[in-house]
Design a protein around this ligand. Structure first.
Ligand SMILES: O=C(O)C(=O)C[C@]1(C(=O)O)C=C[C@@H](O)C=C1
Length: 212
Protein backbone atom coordinates (compact mmCIF):
# COMPACT_ATOMS: atom_id res chain seq x y z
CA UNK A 1 0.00 0.00 0.00
CA UNK A 2 2.76 2.41 1.09
CA UNK A 3 4.84 1.42 -1.93
CA UNK A 4 1.88 2.26 -4.19
CA UNK A 5 1.61 5.70 -2.58
CA UNK A 6 5.36 6.33 -2.84
CA UNK A 7 5.88 4.95 -6.33
CA UNK A 8 2.63 5.44 -8.28
CA UNK A 9 4.52 5.26 -11.62
CA UNK A 10 5.50 1.66 -10.78
CA UNK A 11 1.82 0.72 -10.77
CA UNK A 12 1.06 2.37 -14.11
CA UNK A 13 4.11 0.62 -15.64
CA UNK A 14 2.85 -2.70 -14.36
CA UNK A 15 -0.64 -2.18 -15.68
CA UNK A 16 0.79 -1.26 -19.11
CA UNK A 17 2.79 -4.49 -19.07
CA UNK A 18 -0.29 -6.42 -18.06
CA UNK A 19 -2.23 -4.79 -20.88
CA UNK A 20 0.50 -5.76 -23.35
CA UNK A 21 0.54 -9.32 -22.05
CA UNK A 22 -3.23 -9.71 -22.32
CA UNK A 23 -3.30 -8.42 -25.91
CA UNK A 24 -0.54 -10.89 -26.84
CA UNK A 25 -2.41 -13.71 -25.13
CA UNK A 26 -5.63 -12.98 -27.04
CA UNK A 27 -6.41 -15.49 -29.78
CA UNK A 28 -6.09 -13.90 -33.20
CA UNK A 29 -8.78 -14.97 -35.68
CA UNK A 30 -8.51 -13.99 -39.37
CA UNK A 31 -11.70 -13.17 -41.27
CA UNK A 32 -12.51 -11.77 -44.71
CA UNK A 33 -13.97 -8.27 -45.02
CA UNK A 34 -14.47 -5.54 -42.46
CA UNK A 35 -16.19 -5.25 -39.08
CA UNK A 36 -19.87 -6.19 -39.37
CA UNK A 37 -19.22 -8.97 -41.90
CA UNK A 38 -21.06 -12.22 -41.23
CA UNK A 39 -17.69 -13.98 -40.89
CA UNK A 40 -16.79 -11.67 -38.00
CA UNK A 41 -20.17 -12.19 -36.31
CA UNK A 42 -19.92 -15.96 -36.76
CA UNK A 43 -16.39 -15.94 -35.24
CA UNK A 44 -17.66 -13.98 -32.22
CA UNK A 45 -20.44 -16.51 -31.73
CA UNK A 46 -18.09 -19.47 -32.20
CA UNK A 47 -15.59 -18.17 -29.61
CA UNK A 48 -18.21 -16.77 -27.19
CA UNK A 49 -16.66 -16.52 -23.72
CA UNK A 50 -13.09 -16.45 -25.07
CA UNK A 51 -11.22 -13.22 -25.63
CA UNK A 52 -10.35 -13.08 -29.33
CA UNK A 53 -8.82 -10.48 -31.62
CA UNK A 54 -10.60 -10.35 -34.96
CA UNK A 55 -8.12 -9.64 -37.77
CA UNK A 56 -9.61 -8.39 -41.07
CA UNK A 57 -8.18 -9.48 -44.44
CA UNK A 58 -9.37 -8.35 -47.90
CA UNK A 59 -9.75 -11.78 -49.53
CA UNK A 60 -10.54 -15.33 -48.42
CA UNK A 61 -7.16 -16.50 -49.72
CA UNK A 62 -5.50 -13.89 -47.44
CA UNK A 63 -7.31 -15.48 -44.48
CA UNK A 64 -5.75 -18.87 -45.35
CA UNK A 65 -2.32 -17.26 -45.88
CA UNK A 66 -2.52 -15.58 -42.47
CA UNK A 67 -3.18 -18.92 -40.73
CA UNK A 68 -0.60 -20.79 -42.84
CA UNK A 69 2.08 -18.16 -42.01
CA UNK A 70 1.19 -18.22 -38.31
CA UNK A 71 0.06 -14.58 -38.30
CA UNK A 72 -3.17 -15.69 -36.64
CA UNK A 73 -4.01 -18.86 -34.71
CA UNK A 74 -7.35 -19.36 -36.45
CA UNK A 75 -9.15 -18.34 -39.61
CA UNK A 76 -12.83 -18.46 -40.46
CA UNK A 77 -14.38 -19.25 -43.86
CA UNK A 78 -18.03 -19.49 -45.02
CA UNK A 79 -18.13 -22.96 -46.59
CA UNK A 80 -21.79 -23.61 -47.44
CA UNK A 81 -25.22 -21.99 -47.34
CA UNK A 82 -28.56 -23.66 -46.61
CA UNK A 83 -30.04 -22.28 -49.84
CA UNK A 84 -27.16 -21.95 -52.32
CA UNK A 85 -25.15 -25.01 -51.18
CA UNK A 86 -21.34 -25.45 -50.93
CA UNK A 87 -19.26 -22.38 -51.83
CA UNK A 88 -16.84 -23.52 -54.57
CA UNK A 89 -14.11 -20.94 -53.78
CA UNK A 90 -13.85 -22.23 -50.19
CA UNK A 91 -13.70 -25.87 -51.28
CA UNK A 92 -10.75 -24.98 -53.51
CA UNK A 93 -8.99 -23.06 -50.72
CA UNK A 94 -9.43 -25.96 -48.29
CA UNK A 95 -7.80 -28.27 -50.83
CA UNK A 96 -4.94 -25.86 -51.58
CA UNK A 97 -3.87 -24.96 -48.04
CA UNK A 98 -2.51 -27.43 -45.45
CA UNK A 99 -5.04 -26.29 -42.85
CA UNK A 100 -7.40 -28.31 -40.66
CA UNK A 101 -11.07 -27.58 -39.98
CA UNK A 102 -11.25 -27.72 -36.19
CA UNK A 103 -14.86 -26.60 -35.77
CA UNK A 104 -17.91 -25.66 -37.84
CA UNK A 105 -21.03 -23.72 -36.93
CA UNK A 106 -24.30 -23.05 -38.72
CA UNK A 107 -24.84 -19.33 -38.33
CA UNK A 108 -28.25 -17.69 -39.00
CA UNK A 109 -27.88 -15.08 -41.75
CA UNK A 110 -30.64 -12.46 -41.71
CA UNK A 111 -30.02 -10.03 -44.54
CA UNK A 112 -31.08 -6.37 -44.33
CA UNK A 113 -31.25 -3.61 -46.92
CA UNK A 114 -29.16 -0.65 -45.72
CA UNK A 115 -28.89 2.90 -47.07
CA UNK A 116 -28.06 6.44 -45.99
CA UNK A 117 -30.50 7.88 -43.44
CA UNK A 118 -33.42 9.66 -45.09
CA UNK A 119 -33.37 7.60 -48.30
CA UNK A 120 -36.45 5.65 -49.33
CA UNK A 121 -37.04 2.55 -51.44
CA UNK A 122 -38.07 4.62 -54.48
CA UNK A 123 -34.75 6.57 -54.31
CA UNK A 124 -32.69 3.43 -54.95
CA UNK A 125 -30.93 2.83 -58.27
CA UNK A 126 -28.29 0.30 -57.20
CA UNK A 127 -27.84 -2.52 -54.67
CA UNK A 128 -24.34 -3.74 -53.78
CA UNK A 129 -23.21 -6.78 -51.78
CA UNK A 130 -21.26 -10.03 -51.76
CA UNK A 131 -22.43 -12.35 -54.62
CA UNK A 132 -23.62 -14.95 -52.06
CA UNK A 133 -25.82 -12.39 -50.31
CA UNK A 134 -27.19 -11.16 -53.68
CA UNK A 135 -28.06 -14.75 -54.61
CA UNK A 136 -29.68 -15.43 -51.23
CA UNK A 137 -31.91 -12.35 -51.73
CA UNK A 138 -32.64 -12.83 -55.46
CA UNK A 139 -36.45 -12.85 -55.09
CA UNK A 140 -36.51 -9.57 -53.16
CA UNK A 141 -34.03 -7.99 -55.58
CA UNK A 142 -36.15 -8.92 -58.59
CA UNK A 143 -39.13 -7.23 -56.97
CA UNK A 144 -37.03 -4.07 -56.42
CA UNK A 145 -35.99 -3.97 -60.08
CA UNK A 146 -32.76 -1.98 -59.55
CA UNK A 147 -29.21 -2.57 -60.81
CA UNK A 148 -27.28 -5.15 -58.77
CA UNK A 149 -23.48 -4.97 -58.40
CA UNK A 150 -21.31 -7.62 -56.66
CA UNK A 151 -18.66 -6.56 -54.13
CA UNK A 152 -16.03 -8.34 -52.01
CA UNK A 153 -18.02 -8.39 -48.78
CA UNK A 154 -21.43 -7.44 -47.33
CA UNK A 155 -20.09 -5.12 -44.61
CA UNK A 156 -17.59 -3.55 -47.02
CA UNK A 157 -20.54 -2.60 -49.27
CA UNK A 158 -22.25 -0.93 -46.30
CA UNK A 159 -19.03 0.84 -45.31
CA UNK A 160 -18.56 2.15 -48.87
CA UNK A 161 -22.05 3.70 -48.93
CA UNK A 162 -21.43 5.40 -45.57
CA UNK A 163 -17.89 6.60 -46.35
CA UNK A 164 -18.69 7.92 -49.83
CA UNK A 165 -22.18 9.09 -48.78
CA UNK A 166 -23.69 7.35 -51.81
CA UNK A 167 -27.29 8.44 -52.31
CA UNK A 168 -29.44 6.06 -54.37
CA UNK A 169 -27.31 3.09 -53.23
CA UNK A 170 -28.25 0.30 -50.84
CA UNK A 171 -26.21 -2.60 -49.45
CA UNK A 172 -27.33 -6.05 -48.41
CA UNK A 173 -25.63 -6.65 -45.07
CA UNK A 174 -26.24 -7.44 -41.41
CA UNK A 175 -28.13 -5.33 -38.85
CA UNK A 176 -24.79 -5.07 -37.03
CA UNK A 177 -23.23 -3.45 -40.13
CA UNK A 178 -26.05 -0.86 -40.09
CA UNK A 179 -25.18 -0.05 -36.48
CA UNK A 180 -21.43 0.19 -37.11
CA UNK A 181 -21.65 2.36 -40.25
CA UNK A 182 -24.71 4.35 -39.06
CA UNK A 183 -26.93 3.36 -41.94
CA UNK A 184 -30.70 3.13 -42.03
CA UNK A 185 -32.35 -0.31 -42.30
CA UNK A 186 -34.95 -0.10 -45.09
CA UNK A 187 -36.00 -3.76 -44.95
CA UNK A 188 -35.16 -6.79 -42.80
CA UNK A 189 -35.20 -10.54 -43.47
CA UNK A 190 -35.01 -10.08 -47.22
CA UNK A 191 -33.39 -13.49 -47.87
CA UNK A 192 -35.38 -15.95 -50.02
CA UNK A 193 -35.71 -18.48 -47.18
CA UNK A 194 -36.57 -17.30 -43.65
CA UNK A 195 -34.24 -19.81 -41.94
CA UNK A 196 -31.19 -18.94 -44.09
CA UNK A 197 -27.98 -20.24 -42.45
CA UNK A 198 -24.35 -20.23 -43.54
CA UNK A 199 -21.92 -22.90 -42.34
CA UNK A 200 -18.65 -21.34 -41.18
CA UNK A 201 -15.53 -23.40 -40.57
CA UNK A 202 -12.70 -22.51 -38.20
CA UNK A 203 -9.27 -23.37 -39.60
CA UNK A 204 -6.02 -24.01 -37.79
CA UNK A 205 -2.51 -24.84 -38.99
CA UNK A 206 -1.26 -27.35 -36.46
CA UNK A 207 -4.10 -28.33 -34.15
CA UNK A 208 -2.88 -29.83 -30.89
CA UNK A 209 -3.52 -33.54 -30.67
CA UNK A 210 -5.68 -34.43 -27.68
CA UNK A 211 -3.61 -36.81 -25.50
CA UNK A 212 -5.02 -40.16 -24.46
O1 LIG B 1 -19.74 -10.85 -46.90
C1 LIG B 1 -19.79 -11.31 -45.75
O2 LIG B 1 -20.20 -10.65 -44.77
C2 LIG B 1 -19.32 -12.67 -45.52
O3 LIG B 1 -19.02 -13.03 -44.41
C3 LIG B 1 -19.31 -13.59 -46.72
C4 LIG B 1 -20.59 -14.41 -46.90
C5 LIG B 1 -20.31 -15.58 -47.90
O4 LIG B 1 -19.32 -15.57 -48.59
O5 LIG B 1 -21.16 -16.48 -47.95
C6 LIG B 1 -20.98 -15.01 -45.61
C7 LIG B 1 -22.26 -15.23 -45.26
C8 LIG B 1 -23.38 -14.91 -46.16
O6 LIG B 1 -23.75 -16.15 -46.73
C9 LIG B 1 -22.97 -13.95 -47.23
C10 LIG B 1 -21.68 -13.64 -47.46
Amino acid sequence: MLRRLLFPEERSKKSKNEQKKSSVARLRVAFQGVDGAYSAEAARSCFAGTEIELCPYPRFTDVCDAVARGETVYGILPVANSQTGPIAEMEQLLQRYPLTVVRSIDFPVRHCLLCLPGQQLHDLVMVVSHPQALEQCSVYLESLGVQVVPMENTAESAKMIATKQLRGFAAIASARAAEIYRLQILATDIQNTPDNTTRFSILQKNPLAIPG
